[in-house]
Write a protein that binds this ligand. Structure first.
Ligand SMILES: [Zn+2]
Length: 178
């Protein structure tokens, strides 16, 4: 594994991340984070049960619930507060995509289906010095107190890594080149 060409492995790994994210376990209080580096492009993906962010998973019924969804969207769109990359990596945010269920009025009338709902966010950075990507600090636990754990996976030019992040351990050490 370790001696195989780095970029041959990365694409496959990206696909497996996506598969994991799409079919991953839905456990309240637990979210998933992925970081994939492809050259200078660094993509950070976040997936969480909606319950972990706002405390419910049905279409909003009250103004308070509508506000909670708006606040969650605002918090996720604030990329600088969600993920902090080392200054030495010289990363510039390229795009932010946030997908929350029940966000548009067309869905508001559907009422309660007794199902789960997930929130997704993706952040794409361009990093001039990607080799300096030694760690990521997440602000997600501060923004979302219901969140207890984030299972994180990374694939960078330096290798692959996994980590479990918690409110008291919100900094993730990325794989280091050897
Ligand atoms: Zn759920």
């Amino acid at each position: 594994m370790k001696s195989q060409p780095v970029f041959g492995g990365l694409c496959l790994l990206t696909v497996s991340f996506m598969a994991t994210a799409a079919g991953g376990a839905h456990e309240h209080g637990v979210a998933h984070l992925s970081l994939v580096q492809d050259g200078r492009t660094v993509t950070v993906g976040f997936e969480s049960p909606l319950d972990s962010l706002v405390g419910f998973e049905h279409a909003p019924r009250t103004d308070t619930q509508k506000q909670a969804l708006q606040q969650a969207r605002g918090a996720l769109e604030n990329a600088a507060a969600v993920v902090s990359l080392p200054a030495a990596a010289e990363c510039v945010l390229g795009s932010v995509t946030v997908e929350l269920p029940f966000g548009d009025a067309a869905h508001a009338g559907h009422g309660d289906h007794d199902t789960h709902a997930d929130a997704d966010a993706e952040y794409v950075f361009e990093c001039a010095q990607p080799a300096a990507l030694s760690s990521v600090t997440v602000g997600l636990f501060k923004a979302f107190p219901r969140l207890q754990r984030i299972d994180a996976e990374a694939a960078t030019a330096a290798g692959q890594g996994k980590a479990v992040l918690r409110p008291a351990q919100a900094t993730w050490s990325l794989p280091v080149a050897r």
